[in-house]
Ligand binder design. Structure first.
Ligand code: HEC
Length: 115
């Protein structure tokens, strides 16, 4: 009994209000509604989508973008993914590491040094 309640407490987001998204749920949604198909499992971008990991966006910006994308990305209506779910997806994207700048990839630096 004590063990169970400890787990429940540990799983609750620390000091987060009801409007704060759940990254764990966002991870599931990111796959379920298909963001990963274009943006990659790690938000790194891919053949069809831009990198979204590490973007300096606010949750509201992300929601606005997903409702009215500027380019080739399909728009998602509330029926497909709610604002609440997008907040979770946002929370998940925030946990993804930004891609490393090329200068921080050791192997590429070695190649450069040889040239
Ligand atoms: C069919 C491919 C595709 C899917 C599915 C998709 N995207 Fe995109 N997304 C793109 C492309 C391509 C861009 C680059 C700009 C454009 O063409 O709209 C983009 C851009 C974005 C941007 C803006 C990036 C920037 O640099 O400002 C965000 C944020 C984003 N997508 C989030 C999402 C989320 C969240 C989902 C899932 C709900 C999703 N996308 C699903 C293709 C996709």
């Amino acid at each position: 009994m004590l063990f169970l309640s400890t787990v429940a407490l540990a799983a609750a987001p620390q000091g987060a209000g009801p409007e704060a998204g759940s990254a764990a749920n966002g991870k599931v949604l990111f796959r379920k509604v298909g963001c990963f198909e274009c943006h990659g499992y790690a938000g790194q971008g891919g053949r069809a989508g831009a990198p979204i990991a590490g973007l300096p966006l606010r949750a509201q910006d992300l929601i606005r973008y997903v409702r009215h994308p500027a380019g080739e990305m399909p728009a998602y209506t509330e029926k497909v993914v709610s604002d609440r779910e997008l907040e979770d997806i946002y929370a998940y994207i925030r946990t993804l590491p930004s891609p490393k700048p090329v200068k921080d990839i050791p192997l590429l630096n070695k190649i450069k040094e040889r040239q």
